[in-house]
Ligand binder design. Structure first.
Ligand SMILES: [Mn+2]
Length: 252
């Protein structure tokens, strides 16, 4: 890790959700955050549900997000390493961000070691026991056949259905359905199970839309990086410790 350069983690921007004006407001805020960290970031981990819905066709991508994508391009052109995790809303990222942004797409978990600390990183969906309906649908949604079939639909129809679904579906409304299914913090339970066979200093997730910093077995910690709808939270690793932070702006 280059000295003076940090790792940053954020997720659940849900760009596109809530209509154009609300999404733009969120996008602008994210860009102000990226501007703030731009001289300080070595590796940027965007850990899923960056888009409320994303599907890319062979030659066509969804409209919007030009400022955000431009800012990411500026960062990666300057040498920042970008990781994009598939969330449950944007699992259909294929080669566009790889080609345009030199990003690495992470389909499930990513294990890294930096400055002697071990990290387990995952969006947070479909982990632990139960929720078999979601796990089944995730398999279908991620199948090549399903993706091929969806790509055959005209985008006006396909993306129209997806957007309607994204807003209404219990499947994708993670916070509500997950809390009903799991009154206890199941990612914490899952993490402690993983720790029985493998040590990690930090286990970092999104998906829950709720910033959390919870001690796990031993010295390990579960950090949930929250969201950019209500909390505007992120985590930063400075080579020594991982800290959960709130993006606060002084707008005077
Ligand atoms: Mn999610």
């Amino acid at each position: 890790m280059p000295t003076g350069k940090n790792l940053y983690f954020a997720s659940d921007f849900h760009l596109g959700a809530g209509g154009h004006a609300s999404s733009r407001e969120r996008e602008d805020r994210i860009i102000r955050w990226l501007d703030m960290i731009k001289d300080d970031v070595a590796e940027l981990f965007l850990m899923g549900d960056v888009f409320d819905f994303w599907f890319e066709y062979k030659t066509v991508v969804p409209k919007g997000y030009v400022r955000f994508l431009g800012k990411l391009a500026q960062l990666t052109d300057a040498g920042v390493k970008l990781y994009l995790f598939k969330g449950n809303h944007d699992m259909w990222m294929f080669d566009y961000f790889v080609t345009e942004l030199n990003a690495t797409i992470i389909p499930n978990e990513l294990v890294i070691e930096r400055a002697g600390k071990k990290f387990y990183l995952h969006h947070g969906d479909g982990l632990g026991p139960g929720d078999n309906k979601y796990k089944f649908l995730k398999k279908i949604f991620r199948s090549r056949l399903c993706q091929w079939l969806f790509a055959r639909l005209h985008p006006n129809l396909g993306i129209g259905i997806a957007n309607a679904w994204s807003h209404n579906s219990k499947l994708v409304n993670a916070r509500i359905s997950d809390e009903k299914l799991h009154p206890k913090e199941w990612i914490e339970i899952y993490s402690n199970e993983v720790l029985q066979t493998q040590f990690y200093d930090y286990m970092v997730y999104g998906h829950r839309h709720k910033p959390m910093d919870i001690p796990l077995t031993g010295t390990s910690r579960y950090i949930n990086i929250g969201d950019w709808i209500n909390y505007f939270t992120y985590a930063v690793f400075d080579g020594d410790t991982l800290e959960l932070k709130y993006f606060k702006e002084n707008l005077t």
